[in-house]
Write a protein of this length. Sequence first.
Length: 254
Amino acid sequence: LRVGSGLRRALDRNEFTMHFQPQFDAETLVLVGVEALLRWQHPEHGSMLPGEFIPVAEESGLIIPIGDWVMRTVFKQQARWREQGHRHLSVAVNISALQFARPDFADKVARIIAETGADPSRIELEITESALMDGSPSLSRRLQTLTGMGLKLALDDFGTGYSSLAYLKRLPLDRLKLDRSFVRDLPDDPDDAAIALAAISVARDLGMQVIAEGVETPGQREFLIAHGCRWMQGFLFSEPLPVQAFDRCYPPPP
Ligand code: G
Ligand code: G
Ligand code: MN
Ligand code: NA
């Protein structure tokens, strides 16, 4: 698979698209947001998932221009949805640790917000636990620069790193995303159940919202609701959708 050489040309050839996975309040089934997920329409290999090419993009440095394209595309889409009447829809975008580590990251985000007319208060940057564990003393200040611009911050893949409560408490994070690896075997697996309950209680103690990823079964949904996690995304509700399909399924409220 010659992913590397193809990746270099993929931006010029318009081979990337964004899909959007709806997020719900699982009690009321109200749509609360979407997570933007990158897809590569490879000329020979067809639709490729980020797991297959993001690592290559990170090794080669291409993640920076690709990440810029993702932010521009997603922010533009947020502005469009807001104009169409999706006033409260929050739009989450995944940020690679390498993007976040660049000293000009916040300036770049500000520039793309200005260019696209996006509402920063409806944009959520998903940053992985590992990206926050670089030990940088300026981490808290860099996050505050972003929240100061009105952006929301989510801790992605929660439970896969080793953040301590004390460490998280110092950071201005709005939301915690419970990784789908801990949702998969709910409610029967006692270890996953313990981790899910711990995550929900950490979020509550720190005043963060919690959202579960990868919810596929009614049993998982019921367990999570019963223990105080109402927000969810996953195949039980909807797979990630191209914009046209999203717009057909979820027209703006009257
Ligand atoms: O869509 P899929 O389940 O294959 O996504 C796998 C992972 O790839 C997600 O958990 C997400 O963190 C990452 N990912 C998806 N879209 C993007 C993106 O636009 N940028 C970055 N850096 N990562 C993404
Ligand atoms: O940021 P993150 O790596 O968690 O991205 C979510 C990924 O999980 C997306 O690539 C999406 O396609 C995938 N996904 C979304 N819902 C489900 C689900 O219910 N089950 C599984 N197995 N994967 C899912
Ligand atoms: Mn994510
Ligand atoms: Na995740």
